[in-house]
Design a protein around this ligand. Structure first.
Ligand SMILES: C[S@@+](CC[C@H](N)C(=O)[O-])C[C@H]1O[C@@H](n2cnc3c(N)ncnc32)[C@H](O)[C@@H]1O
Length: 285
């Protein structure tokens, strides 16, 4: 069942900012491509969980080496119906599977080179779903897969200039993300711990959105949605949030609002294949 459908137009709005942010984790991509070249193999199977309309594939596929068979997985069949996002490239084939995170153990091939990837998904998942993902990436009795899990929100949101209601809006939004015990803004760190417990080598990098006047349509939608979620979580905040949103809207019209929205990218590699020097690189945020 789709608990909270993600609108396709929201995914279109955020795509450019997502792709720009991922450039900050280019070193993770280099570690990953080095690993994949070492593994060799005829074809890489790339399983993109929560693929939506294919933004992750559009960014990542051209940056990966060799032939790739992409499996776009989402529990929302409507989103998967969008046209393939990757530019025509005869190295790449694409399949779609309407399935959930819980279905992954059955979907993932057991042999051959596999990359599990997602973008903007981890912070939506329950702790049980994060454990399931960790199990398929780093199983007890198999070598495991590489994983690139991108753009998980961290809850760190800086709007400039500041507003007295920023803290209340953030608290209500984050509390909503943490509903029913979800890790929400801690999801990337929770996943990193789950993978390290299973012996994987994990690197995290900050991939924040940095938004300014030219990102006005995305910023406006982001703030509208943030306000709606805050009020849904705490209806008593409605008057404060309305005033906050009106002020933010005036700033957007004046082109004077900037924002940094915290995200983390996570790379996980099987332990035996990670170069010690590269794996010891300090985490940068
Ligand atoms: C914020 S969107 C990101 C979509 C896409 N990865 C992107 O970067 O544009 C999250 C996506 O995950 C899907 N999703 C959420 N929970 C899921 C689950 N438990 N199993 C499969 N898909 C899920 C949603 O339908 C949605 O397409």
């Amino acid at each position: 069942m789709v608990a909270r459908p993600v609108p396709a137009d929201w995914l279109a709005l955020r795509r450019r900012a997502d792709h720009r942010a991922r450039e900050d984790a280019r070193d993770l991509l280099e570690l990953l491509t080095d690993h994949l070249r070492t593994r060799g193999g005829d074809e890489l199977v790339v399983v993109d969980v929560g693929a939506g309309t294919g933004s992750n594939q559009a960014w990542l596929a051209p940056r990966l080496p060799g032939r790739q068979r992409w499996v776009l997985v989402d529990h929302d069949a409507d989103l998967l119906e969008h046209e393939p996002a990757a530019e025509a490239d005869d190295r790449i084939t694409t399949e779609r599977a309407v399935a959930t995170v819980e279905d992954l153990p059955a979907l993932l091939p057991r042999d051959g080179a596999v990359l599990l990837t997602c973008a903007a998904l981890l912070d939506l998942l329950s702790e049980a779903e994060i454990e399931t993902l960790a199990d398929v990436v780093a199983p007890d009795a198999a070598p495991g897969a590489a994983a690139l899990l991108s753009l998980s929100v961290t809850g760190e949101v800086a709007l400039m200039p500041g507003h007295p209601a920023d803290t209340a809006v953030t608290a209500a939004f984050d509390a909503h993300q943490r509903r029913e015990g979800r890790p929400g803004p801690d999801a990337a760190e929770v996943m990193a711990r789950a993978l390290r417990r299973r012996g994987a080598r994990v690197e995290l990098r900050a991939t924040d959105w940095v938004l300014a006047a030219q990102d006005e349509p995305l910023l406006r939608r982001y703030l509208d949605d943030r306000a709606a979620v805050a009020v849904e979580h705490d209806p008593e905040l409605a008057p404060v949030v309305r005033e906050w949103l009106e002020e933010r809207s005036r700033q957007l019209e004046a082109g004077s609002l900037r924002a940094r929205v915290g995200h983390l990218d996570l790379l996980s590699l099987p332990p035996e294949t990670v170069d010690e020097g590269a794996g010891a690189a300090p985490r940068s945020r």
